[in-house]
Design a protein around this ligand. Structure first.
Ligand SMILES: N[C@@]1(C(=O)O)CC2(CC2)[C@H]2[C@H](C(=O)O)[C@H]21
Length: 442
């Protein structure tokens, strides 16, 4: 049984949308379904690059595990997935849904109504056993600070900031991707490979950009690579910010190579400014995984971006996910509450079921016959890491169940309330993949 749910948190009347799959054990998930909003708006446009496909990758993996008789054979895995809007504070609010059940008492004896009748439990919040996500390091950090208080293991599939390796601060945080210390080394290797010795750097202020570029500069200096301009892009940036960045780079014309360790939105801002300055080929951009294989920065900036070298983490596309994802359709995909919005954005059409909708001439209505056609090489670069994260939790839970409940394939008394500390230390950290996943937990 599955449903897309809306629940009301106790601070606002705004319903919280989530994708929910019922199950005996529920895994939480956090995905940047929408981009950050502008101004006071927490959420912006649907994230057609790194949101829906990743969320569907988790649902797909859970379906696959539930069909696999060798993992949790007597237990149905469920999910409770939320949108982070790529924003730490918003993600924190959504993550409260994961722990509300920890406070929720099913014993309604304390709920006596004024007429003496007995209140009944209306909504028993779903307790999750582990959380997959988030994407952005800034999101994962804020969420990790909350989940650790409730001993909830968290496995990110995309957060690469080196700070998250500090287990004195993030003791319940794991990830299926390598830290940026390795990405910084890779960037230095590229610079050395081309015998470049004088480069400029551009980085986004904030955890990902600042720590990533610091590691690069440490590695570069150790290899006698000199840093020309070292430009920081503030969190709240405008076109003028990026114009200033380009001017700073142009003041060091000998440094043709620019190391770019910025958020995806800043990569687009930088190239938009390069286009405004009619820069075509003056610089060789060498960028980290935020730019990676994303189209957004390069769209409309092909001349300014030509010759760029961008890093994406090495991953293997999940072939079976391709047919699953390409066959999704809003009519059939009711468990993902954001899929229709995604479909409209991808197909540039409006999905209206309301038969009284105005027949405005300038709206192209979706027919439902559109297809998410693409080649497998276009599979989002971190889908494998989501697959790995879900399997890591599932294999750990399977081993825990076989250890604590040896006489049954179902949940026994010892797993009625799953001990997150034991799940993490005795099982998750000892997960070994039998060919299912190729990446260690970092
Ligand atoms: N590696 C990232 C991080 O924040 O740790 C850099 C990024 C901000 C652009 C997001 C990438 C992604 O979601 O694939 C993460």
């Amino acid at each position: 049984m599955f449903q897309s749910t809306s629940s009301f948190n106790n601070r606002s009347a705004k319903p919280i949308a989530s994708a929910f799959l019922a199950g005996d054990i529920i895994l939480g998930g956090l995905f940047p379904v929408h981009h950050k909003g502008i101004g006071e708006q927490p959420c912006g446009e649907i994230n057609t690059d790194r949101g829906i496909e990743r969320l569907e990758a988790m649902l797909f993996t859970i379906d696959e595990i539930n069909r696999d008789p060798s993992i949790l054979p007597g237990i149905h895995l469920g999910a409770s997935l939320y949108d982070t809007c790529a924003r730490g504070t918003y993600a924190l609010e959504q993550s409260l849904e994961f722990i509300r059940a920890s406070f929720y008492s099913l014993d309604t004896s304390e709920f006596v109504c004024s007429d003496g009748s007995q209140a009944t439990a209306k909504l028993s919040p779903t307790k999750v056993t582990g959380v997959v996500g988030g994407s952005y390091s800034t999101v994962s950090m804020q969420v990790a600070n909350l989940l650790r208080l409730f001993k909830l293991p968290q496995v990110s599939y995309a957060s690469t900031s080196a700070s998250l390796s500090d287990k004195t601060r993030y003791d319940y945080f794991l990830r299926t991707v390598p830290p940026d210390t390795l990405q910084a080394k890779a960037l230095v290797d590229i610079v050395q490979e081309f015998n470049w010795t004088y480069v400029s750097t551009v980085s986004s202020e904030g955890e990902y950009g600042s720590s990533g570029i610091d590691y690069f500069q440490q590695e570069a200096r150790a290899k006698n690579i000199c840093i020309a301009a070292n430009v920081k892009i503030p969190a709240k940036s405008t076109n003028a910010t990026f114009d200033r960045t380009i001017r700073d780079l142009l003041e060091k014309p000998e440094a043709k190579v620019v190391i770019v360790f910025v958020r995806i939105e800043d990569a687009k801002g930088l190239l938009d400014a390069a286009t405004r300055f009619n820069l075509t080929g003056q610089h060789v951009w060498v960028a980290s995984d935020a730019w990676g294989r994303q189209d957004a920065p390069v769209k409309d900036n092909q001349l300014a971006a030509q010759g760029a070298i961008t890093l994406e983490l090495q991953s293997t596309p999940i072939k079976t996910f391709e047919s699953y994802f390409q066959n999704l359709n809003p009519r059939g995909n009711k468990r993902n509450p954001w899929f229709r919005e995604y479909w409209e954005a991808i197909n540039k059409c409006s999905w209206k079921e309301n038969k009284y909708t105005s027949t405005s001439r300038n709206i192209r209505y979706c027919t439902g016959a559109e297809k998410l056609t693409r080649k497998i090489t276009q599979q989002e670069g971190k889908v494998q890491f989501i697959y790995d994260a879900v399997y890591a939790l599932a294999i750990a839970l399977d081993t825990m169940q076989k250890t604590l409940c040896p006489n049954t394939t179902r949940l026994c008394r010892a797993m009625e309330r799953i001990d997150g500390e034991r799940l993490l230390k005795d099982f998750l950290l000892n997960v070994s993949f039998n060919g299912k996943c190729l990446i260690e937990l970092y």
